[in-house]
Design a protein around this ligand. Structure first.
Ligand code: ATP
Ligand code: MG
Length: 461
């Protein structure tokens, strides 16, 4: 590595950790993602240090050197040293034993040579070590692969994916994040072994998928790596090549989904929240299971938004996606195909629905629904595309209603349950809530003002 080329310096905290370990007679390097990103000119990564010291030795040396040391993964030889306010993971050189279940190494073995530690890492660009004085240690050509912009497995890709099928997802994620190609041999193995992603623990798959989705790259992933995406999300495998038999669709269900994901990115200039990105990916997931044909042979998908909303909950729970995202995604899917009238009243009703799902988030969710509908419209057929601009009327209405701070939930009414019970002489129970709902509907419809005296008079009438 020509040190003259480098545009970054080793962070002081990493220098301190390496110096402390080496002064005590051990060897230490910065390794993995930080080195990769630094060589790319983006040294903004968590710092991992690898060393021949055992974790007990690292803990002793680094506490003496003034770091706070936490035992964050001692079974794998890892401690975290907080140095100059920065957490640094320090791990003993190790290799992993066999992976009889494609998921977890059966054992972790500590080794003496950093090169062995680098050899167990997944891709050449992740298998480099950096030392402030000794420079770059790059036994597998990671730096060259960074320059050629390729993701290449360290060693035999087939063997490496057999050991841990999650690497298949990681290859896809790194390729998309960095805009790299997967090297031919690695890509061939990835395609051949894609099905084994199904053996990986779902939450590990979920973490990779979530990262891909949040990067706004789900559409690209679907188009570039269908085998992998269908293994990661078996529900989408049914959509692959599924002919919609509809004059409104020029794409099959799977291609349509990919286009919607990409169009959401375009309409939101890359600022879509994760719930919208997930909704784009899963909005039509129930199409294959709700398909029916009429006598003329046209395809229909009655009930697919509701069923899709339910399937999305199951899928996202399985993948351990945070529940607040799941609920919002599910609501967006539920209402993505509703043709609501372009009236203030209908918009208030929409806002009220979202307010029930995510109190206080109804306005951003309404805008996100409109972006999802726009993306959906431009991904059907040319004659459906103008609907995308017709939706601007709805955007204006949402803005108008949002400025009025409308009453959308019973808790915003000027009267509460205690008032209902007192005025109507009711005991606690569902009837109280029903009265409040009736009042809410009347206020939302503009039939009653949200004024305490008026509402009390209505209750006592
Ligand atoms: P990110 O920016 O996504 O965190 P990263 O390279 O730091 O990228 P991590 O998952 O944090 O990725 O892992 C740190 C390092 O550990 C990787 O750079 C790689 O060398 C190694 N590694 C992680 N997971 C695996 C795996 N499943 N198989 C082999 N090596 C792995
Ligand atoms: Mg990392």
């Amino acid at each position: 590595m020509a040190q003259s080329k480098k545009k970054w310096t080793t962070p002081p905290a990493a220098r301190h950790v390496i110096r402390a370990l080496e002064d005590a007679g051990f060897e230490a390097w910065v390794v993995g993602g930080w080195v990769r990103d630094a060589l790319l000119g983006m040294p903004r990564h968590d710092i991992d240090v690898t060393t021949d010291a055992t974790w007990q030795e690292s803990a002793r040396v680094l506490s003496t050197a003034g770091c706070a040391v936490y035992e964050t993964g001692t079974a794998h030889g890892t401690v975290t040293a907080v140095c100059l306010g920065e957490p640094i993971e320090v791990t003993t050189y190790r290799v992993e034993g066999t992976y009889s279940d494609h998921r977890h190494p059966d054992e972790v073995r500590f080794v003496r040579d950093v090169r062995e530690d680098l050899a167990r890492r997944d891709f050449t660009i992740n298998a480099m070590a950096w030392h402030p004085e000794r420079g770059l240690l790059d036994p597998f050509g990671g730096e060259k692969d960074l320059e050629s912009r390729v993701i290449r497995a360290v060693g035999d890709p087939q063997k490496r994916f057999e050991e841990d099928a999650l690497r298949i997802m990681r290859a896809v994620r790194f390729a998309l994040r960095l805009g790299f190609e997967v090297e031919q041999g690695t890509q061939a193995a990835l395609r051949r072994q894609a099905a084994s992603v199904a053996d990986v623990a779902s939450e590990r798959v979920g973490k990779e998928l979530d990262a891909i989705v949040r990067m706004g790259k789900a559409g690209r992933a679907l188009l570039d790596q269908p085998e992998v995406m269908c293994a990661a999300l078996p529900e989408l495998a049914m959509a692959y090549g599924f002919d919609q038999r509809s004059v409104y669709h020029i794409y099959d269900v799977y291609e349509h989904i990919a286009h919607v994901c990409n169009a959401v990115q375009a309409f939101t200039a890359g600022l879509a929240g994760p719930e919208l990105q997930w909704a784009a990916l899963l909005h039509d997931v129930a199409k294959p299971v709700t398909y029916s044909e009429d006598v003329e042979g046209h395809g229909h998908f009655f009930g697919h938004p509701l069923q899709g909303a339910q399937m999305a909950v199951d899928i996202m729970r399985r993948l351990a996606i945070p529940s607040e995202i799941v609920d919002e995604t599910s609501a967006l899917i539920r209402w993505h195909d509703d043709r609501i009238p372009a009236t203030p009243r209908a918009i208030r009703r929409l806002l009220a629905r979202f307010s029930r799902v995510s109190p206080g988030r109804e306005v951003p969710l309404a805008y996100e629904l409109l972006d999802l509908c726009r993306a959906d419209a431009v991904s059907k057929c040319p004659s459906a595309a103008p609907w995308a601009s017709a939706l601007d009327d709805y955007t204006r209405l949402v803005r108008q209603e949002a400025q009025r701070e409308p009453v959308l939930a019973t808790r915003q009414l000027a009267v509460n349950g205690a008032d209902v019970m007192r005025v109507c002489g009711m005991a606690p129970g569902p009837g109280v809530g029903m009265q409040l709902e009736m009042l809410l509907n009347a206020v939302m419809a503009g039939e009653l003002p949200n004024e305490r005296e008026t509402l009390l008079a209505w209750l006592s009438a």
